[in-house]
Design a protein around this ligand. Structure first.
Ligand code: INI
Length: 158
């Protein structure tokens, strides 16, 4: 029996963080959590790239550019879409999620969904390090695990 499981070893991994400015009270906390997590798990600070986009809807395009650059092993997309703050919540959140998934499938580079989708600002704050952990910190762990897992798995035949 063969079992594959990624390890949380960040040494030698290059990571791009793409962060949305919309709701930056929240997203700046996600970014700080993600950076902290990457460094605590052994990622060299010099191997971390950051890019800012206007809103969550713009995350997939910039994630696509970075994932396709050949210069990063994983992309972490960070954003906060809050239902109370928008009439087009479903469109922004849904297109963001679908776009990011498409990028990782098209490029083969893991693109982590570190986007909070909540009903209220308070819920978003809770998930950005106030009460129930920091989604950015978790997203960084997912990125490291996925890079390690993909390195172990058999290469695609096509
Ligand atoms: N972008 C967000 O990241 N979060 C939101 O809650 C949000 N709201 O409320 O509308 C939001 N809208 C902007 C959107 O992401 C785009 O930047 C904009 O539509 C231009 O394409």
């Amino acid at each position: 029996m063969t079992t594959y499981e990624g390890r949380l070893r960040g040494e030698g991994i290059r990571v791009a963080l793409v962060c949305s400015r919309f709701n930056d009270l929240i997203t700046s906390r996600l970014l700080a959590g993600a950076r902290d997590s990457l460094i605590r798990h052994g990622v060299d600070e010099a191997s971390i790239t950051e890019a800012w986009v206007p809103g969550a809807y713009e995350l997939p395009l910039v994630a696509q550019r970075l994932a396709g650059s050949g210069e990063v092993d994983a992309v972490i997309a960070l954003g906060a879409v809050i239902r109370g703050a928008t009439g087009h919540y479903e469109h922004v959140a849904g297109q963001c999620a679908a776009g990011l998934q498409r990028v990782q499938l098209d490029t083969g580079v893991p693109v982590v969904f570190g986007v909070l989708t909540t009903d209220t600002l308070e819920q978003a704050l809770e998930r950005a390090g106030v009460k129930s952990g920091n989604k950015g910190f978790e997203a960084a762990m997912t990125a490291i695990e996925m890079v390690d897992l993909l390195r172990q798995l058999p290469k695609s035949a096509q």
